[in-house]
Design a protein around this ligand. Structure first.
Ligand SMILES: Nc1nc2c(ncn2[C@@H]2O[C@H](COP(=O)(O)OP(=O)(O)O)[C@@H](O)[C@H]2O)c(=O)[nH]1
Ligand SMILES: [Mg+2]
Length: 240
């Protein structure tokens, strides 16, 4: 995490102590007028473009590590590619080694970088898993709804995480819902997710169904957790 200022101000909207900057780090409320140079820039006639937050407004940078686990060929790589590159390729190229993909986005006042770890499939050995999961913020356990064995194996991945890592946010993903046939019904998968205390979502990497939603949940939950720990640090340091 990199914070640009060490001066604290009270946010008039949420009442929390926030680092002095253009936006409140807790609720996003504008705390200060943008620098004069930015104002001048804004007053110039601007081309009409899709409204995107500018780099100047994203002040707090966080990096979140998300690890994908699941059986071979359930669609882990396809989901990640769909999210990071917006594309789907029907050919199957097995993933042999863990590979990192990244995606950066700006949600003022935050700049978020996801490091998304794709794995080869199957249970990694304990040493590899410890390295992979020890520093993970979130884990995504993928099965395909048309292959029951990949669903039955989910518990092994879940137990591995619980044994080796303090990953706080876990999602189970039922992929390939576009195929039109199933060996696992939604209700059954939801039931398992409830038992494990994790969230469930169904996706199609082919159609792009729920891919953004899957990652938005990661973003929201990881950010919530990170901000809670910043808040605890502030309390410990007597700042709030
Ligand atoms: N119909 C369908 N096929 C998919 C989907 N996701 C992946 N696939 C296909 O399933 C195969 C394995 O996908 P891949 O992403 O490599 O699986 P991984 O081994 O878990 O990374 C490939 O042929 C993909 O084209 C999906 O949502 N729907
Ligand atoms: Mg793969």
């Amino acid at each position: 995490m990199s914070l640009i200022s060490r001066e604290w101000v009270e946010c008039p909207k949420c009442g929390n102590k926030a680092l002095k900057s253009e936006f409140c780090m807790w609720c996003g409320n504008r705390l200060a007028e943008p620098a004069q140079s930015q104002v001048m820039e804004a007053r110039r006639p601007q081309p009409v473009v899709e409204s995107k937050p500018s780099a100047a407004t994203a002040l707090y940078s966080y990096n979140f590590k998300v690890v994908f686990l699941g059986d071979i060929a359930v669609g882990k790589t396809s989901i990640i590619k769909r999210y990071t590159q917006g594309l789907f390729t029907p050919e199957y190229y097995p993933t042999f080694e863990s590979t990192v993909h990244s995606k950066t986005m700006e949600v003022p006042p935050f700049k978020i970088e996801f490091s998304i770890w794709d794995t080869s499939g199957g249970l990694p050995d304990e040493e590899k898993a410890g390295t992979l999961l020890g520093t993970a913020d979130a884990a995504v356990l993928v099965f395909e709804v048309s292959r029951r064995s990949s669903f039955l194996n989910l518990k092994n991945y879940y137990e591995l995480i619980r044994r080796l890592a303090p990953v706080s946010y876990i999602q189970v993903v039922g992929n390939k819902i576009d195929l039109g046939f199933r060996q696992v019904q939604t209700a059954e998968a939801e039931q398992l997710a409830r038992e494990l205390g994790v969230q469930y979502i169904e996706t199609s990497a082919v159609l792009g169904t729920n891919i953004e939603r899957l990652f938005n949940r990661n973003l929201r939950e990881c950010l919530k957790k990170r901000l809670e720990s910043v808040r605890r640090e502030m309390q410990r340091d007597g700042i709030s």
